[in-house]
Design a binder for this molecule. Structure first.
Ligand code: GUN
Ligand code: ZN
Length: 446
């Protein structure tokens, strides 16, 4: 029985804050204690009270004055795009064809897939992210590597093999039939093992024939407990090509509706140019629109209308979208998201921002009883933040007047340097750089 006590400033959300002063939505304990046992949070409260509850001799890790929060959650990223980040292209479709598809072909190789899966989890954990919803490549080997490595680390991870049977290089396509069979085999092998979940993953309408979307719908009917992830309404050229490929569909979302690919466990990346009908259909089906600010800016795709979508009743989430996205950090993602909303006269206050990266994203995944809070009974996935981690942050930290101010500083200036410690299933994670994964002897051609 692993048992440990954590001491620090505890911060977790009980509900969505109504604004920057809504401290009623918070659980905050300035000298708090968390008692972790067998991977879950057994008790929380003032440190002295919790220390008295834990068995005598339970080791204590003192993180004061840092903020002890639930591990951050990323609801959309691509494992095979770790070596695609920072690749220049005019826009989405060119970026996919020039950089992304060639990089993804390498994931047929299980050794490469295993190396990158390890690098992905190292990088996410270095940035305080303990759960992600991930696209693997079209190859089953990539999903095998993702799940095997996540299981080894006892992580709560969600992923799936991409289904794509057209408009991509030959080495990167499957068929409607074998994408069904391979996805089903991966579900049978991994879904529900440890803390793993499967996401049925038709990449987007452009790279799937109608027969393959039919197959994705059949998978969803056969395995209703699984997630579904895809892309929707990201870029003007993508929307036009989709309309050409699916001429009978009323709009982009209608393509997915037609094949039963919607619902509370369906997460749609981007959703930047939705019409009124798509908004209400998404809301009615409980589908989730995922805001990917750094990616939307980097690819010049558009701006996410958070207020408009939420007013229409949509569920929303926030994500990095590595490697269209430009940072693994959910702090950087909140910061860029904040600016995108500012541009539209929409405001994301600091409490709401941190709610989104924790309980909000957990709710979008329907996992709020397991992750996203420091509630008793939750899995003990924890990130410890230092809002004064750099000289510039420390200087600004001297003048913060409230918890909301402090969180805003962490979001605006913070990154991996602000992550002081991470726990997964109750155990501390070694976040030091791994030489074998970072070194490269390849010469760059000029
Ligand atoms: N649409 C289809 N595939 C992708 C992808 O890999 N990244 C982004 N940003 N959009 C997509
Ligand atoms: Zn994506």
């Amino acid at each position: 029985m692993t048992s440990r006590l954590i001491r620090g400033r505890l911060l977790s959300f009980e509900d969505r804050p109504s604004g920057p002063d809504d401290t009623a939505a918070l659980f905050y304990e300035s000298d708090g204690g968390l008692w972790l046992q067998d991977g879950v949070i057994r008790a929380r409260g003032p440190f002295e009270t919790i220390a008295a509850k834990a068995p005598p001799g339970t080791p204590v890790t003192d993180h004061r004055p840092h903020l002890v929060m639930p591990g951050l959650i990323d609801t959309h990223l691509h494992m095979p795009q770790m070596q695609v980040i920072a690749s220049w292209a005019p826009a989405l479709l060119e970026w996919l064809n020039t950089h992304t598809f060639p990089a993804e072909t390498r994931f047929a190789d299980p050794v490469h897939a295993a190396r990158i899966a390890g690098a992905l989890f190292d990088e996410l954990l270095r940035h305080g992210t303990t759960t992600a919803l991930a696209y693997c490549s079209v190859h089953s080997t990539s999903a095998e590597a993702f799940f095997a490595e996540a299981a080894r680390r006892r992580l709560c991870m969600i992923g799936g093999k991409v289904m794509m049977d057209r408009n991509a290089p030959k080495r990167l396509t499957d068929t409607a039939e074998n994408s069904f069979d391979e996805s089903a085999a991966l579900i049978e092998r991994w879904h529900g093992i440890g803390r793993l979940h499967y996401a049925i993953t038709p990449r987007f309408a452009i790279t799937s024939t109608p027969s393959q979307l039919e197959a994705a719908g059949a998978l969803k009917r056969r395995y209703p407990e699984c997630y579904l992830q895809t892309h929707l309404s990201e870029n003007a050229a993508e929307i036009a090509l989709t309309a050409k490929l699916y001429p009978k569909a009323a709009d982009y979302f209608a393509v997915y509706e037609q094949y039963g690919l919607t619902g509370p466990k369906a997460l749609f990346g981007h959703c930047l140019h939705l019409n009124e009908r798509e908004r209400s259909a998404m809301a009615e089906t409980g589908s989730v629109a995922v805001f990917c600010p750094t990616s939307n800016l980097f690819l010049g795709s558009g701006v996410f209308d958070m207020d408009g979508l939420e007013a229409a009743g949509l569920r929303t989430a926030i994500a990095t979208d590595i490697g269209g996205g430009t940072s693994y950090s959910m702090l950087r993602t909140l910061d860029e998201g904040y600016k995108v909303l500012q541009l539209q006269g929409q405001r994301m206050d600091p409490l709401t921002a941190f709610y989104r990266a924790t309980l909000g994203n957990a709710r979008a995944l329907g996992l709020e009883d397991r992750i996203g809070t420091l509630a008793v009974g939750s899995d003990a996935d924890i990130a410890v933040f230092d809002p004064a981690a750099t000289p510039a942050m420390a200087l600004r930290h001297e003048t913060v007047g409230s918890l909301a101010d402090e969180l805003f500083l962490l979001q605006t200036l913070g990154d991996d340097r602000s992550v002081a410690a991470v726990y997964v299933a109750g155990d501390p994670v070694d976040r030091s750089p791994k030489p074998g994964l970072t070194a490269s002897s390849e010469t760059v051609a000029i």
